[in-house]
Design a protein around this ligand. Sequence first.
Ligand SMILES: [Fe+2]
Length: 255
Amino acid sequence: MAFARRFGEPVVLPRRGKASPPDFPEIETTADRLELGGRFGMEHDEWLRRRRHTLLRGWHCDHGARVDPPAATILRAETVPPYGGDTTWSNLAAAYAGLSAPLREFADGLRAEHRLGVGYQPRPGDDAYVRHLLDRQVATLHPLVRVHPETGERILYVNGYYVEQIAGLSRPESGAILDLLLEQAVRPEYTVRFRWEPGSVAFWDNRATMHLAPGDTAHLDHPRIMHRVMLAGDVPVGVDGEASEPITGPAPGRW
Ligand SMILES: [Fe+2]
């Protein structure tokens, strides 16, 4: 927490993980599989399967459907598997710069709807996760290319987890363009992969990167417990200077 406060204002979450340290509501425990599964009345593996509507699904920025996604995330490893469980990041400024000029210009003018729960396949009958999604809907129209508030770089603001639809395009057009941009964004030359040890700390710019939560923890079946602190972020701004438009969800600064 002391480290995090040197760089910004830690987000205080309304809900806490069971393994979060006492007296620190800003610290969230992630990737505690039993806890996640129990919350929605199904095993974590099934929950993941139902959410995975595309192979690039795991790529996300944290809380990207909010109108003000966190500026940065700091993740500290508590318990890690002896192998596997690596995290991978992609540099979305480099991915944008690597697009051809006509495609950059095309993307500059577009916006996309980001929504929590995109592509989730509900369980037949009652599904606690669907009720959770309906109770706490979060969606925002973000620029497809955002301008970094500190560096001025243009960021290809896509991910496989939250992006529902490019505004103004048909569904098939949007799907094809998103596939193309996501494939661009996960090219190996734009990515870095990190192997965790107990006590490792990763600190990333959540505005200029997306990351891939490890998909191998399910079949490797080792516990992996991480502590996460996020720093409050601002509302993204597009190349045209226009800010993201909220569709539904908490107001900026509210969690
Ligand atoms: Fe994440």
